[in-house]
Write a protein that binds this ligand. Structure first.
Ligand SMILES: [Zn+2]
Length: 139
């Protein structure tokens, strides 16, 4: 008698395995932290505030770097929150309407807090506002 063993690794089940997302979040977190560390080294943080010509000539570059830095810092905050939600068993649950966030959306934005419908309503960053370092937010 011939036995056929289908290697079915995954049954379709209701329990969702978020380990793949956790790994991705940790990888992304490290990625963003590295970028922030590099950006901070490039920023002329200790420039003399009285030297207006110097500030002006640097401001274009600085603005680009600052913009990237702010986005990266925001992403780090989001990723850390997502990891906390994972630990708390609240991952993949929309913070606005409490509905389930689809895998497709999580794959696109693993740290998202809202389902696609709520994001579409402009609630992408719903929840408490992000706090950026004041020194970084204003030059
Ligand atoms: Zn929602």
């Amino acid at each position: 008698m011939k036995t056929e063993t289908h290697s079915r690794k995954y049954e379709h089940e209701n329990v969702r395995d978020f380990e793949v997302f956790r790994k991705r979040l940790l990888a992304e977190l490290k990625n963003f932290q590295d970028r922030v560390a590099r950006a901070r080294q490039e920023l002329p943080i200790d420039s003399d505030p009285d030297d207006e010509a110097g500030i002006a000539s640097r401001s274009a570059d600085r603005e680009v770097t600052m913009g990237n830095l702010e986005r990266d810092l925001q992403a780090i905050v989001e990723i850390e929150r997502a990891l906390h939600r994972l630990d708390a068993g609240q991952y993949a649950t929309c913070v606005v309407c409490q509905s389930r966030i689809s895998d497709a959306r999580l794959k696109a934005i693993p740290w998202t807090r809202t389902c696609i419908q709520c994001a579409g309503r402009g609630n992408q960053f719903a929840g408490s506002p992000l706090q950026l370092n004041a020194n970084l937010a204003h030059s």
